[in-house]
Design a protein. Structure first.
Length: 226
């Protein structure tokens, strides 16, 4: 098991170094997320809607689109360079590749959120008096975890298919609907300081994350066939 996670860490660290060495894609995703925040907050200035009501939906729409842009790169570089088969041979167990890609995608997504979420919070002017911050952070982490896990699995499925860039978002959204509903409702209640009514949704997020984190142990050997 120790050897398994050492391989995961090696590929994970390689991906992070490559992302930061040529940060064009990362910066483009960050600019997209930031511009999305500016445009939405500007549009909201023209209507009379409570910030606590609109913030959760705007937050998760922004996170979802950033995740789609970030996750599309999971296997793209190896395919462009023709090194995916070599990486599969080097890793041995194909689930090693999944966990490395999942962890690198989750890391990048959390780094993007660390910039975009505070900006959104400031521009929409969310009141902090009633916010249950631990529940808000738990919903954000669990939602991001699910996005990265399910997105990495689906990206692996579509990576070697024609039109992968088009297929990936089409397949991703329907599967992520339960996750997005739960994350939005948990975020909304966290802002209102009412945790108890949505504990069931928090448990659903945990189950969703567990399923899409464990499932690749069984499926990922077949996902990258061909």
């Amino acid at each position: 098991m120790g050897r398994f996670w050492r391989k995961v860490f090696v590929i994970y660290w390689k991906d992070l170094r490559e992302e930061f060495r040529s940060a064009d894609h990362l910066l483009a995703t960050l600019v997209f997320g930031t511009m999305l925040v500016f445009v939405i907050s500007f549009a909201l200035e023209l209507v009379e809607i409570g910030s606590a009501q609109v913030f959760p939906a705007v937050l998760w729409v922004s996170v979802f689109f950033m995740a789609v842009l970030a996750l599309q790169r999971s296997f793209a570089k190896e395919q462009e360079d023709g090194t995916l088969d070599a990486l599969l041979l080097a890793s041995g167990d194909r689930s090693v590749l999944f966990y490395a890609k999942f962890l690198s995608s989750l890391t990048m997504l959390l780094l993007l959120e660390a910039i975009v979420v505070p900006l959104l919070w400031i521009f929409i002017e969310v009141e902090t008096a009633k916010v249950t911050f631990w529940f808000f952070l738990a919903a954000l982490l669990l939602g991001s975890w699910g996005l990265a896990a399910a997105g990495t699995l689906l990206n692996g499925i579509t990576a070697q298919l024609p039109g992968a860039r088009l297929l990936f978002p089409i397949l991703t959204f329907p599967i992520l609907i339960p996750l997005l509903i739960g994350a939005i409702l948990c975020t909304q209640r966290a802002l209102a300081g009412e945790v108890a009514p949505v504990l069931g949704w928090l448990y659903l997020l945990m189950i969703f994350d567990l399923v899409f984190t464990v499932l690749p142990l069984v499926l990922f050997d077949y996902v990258l066939e061909g």
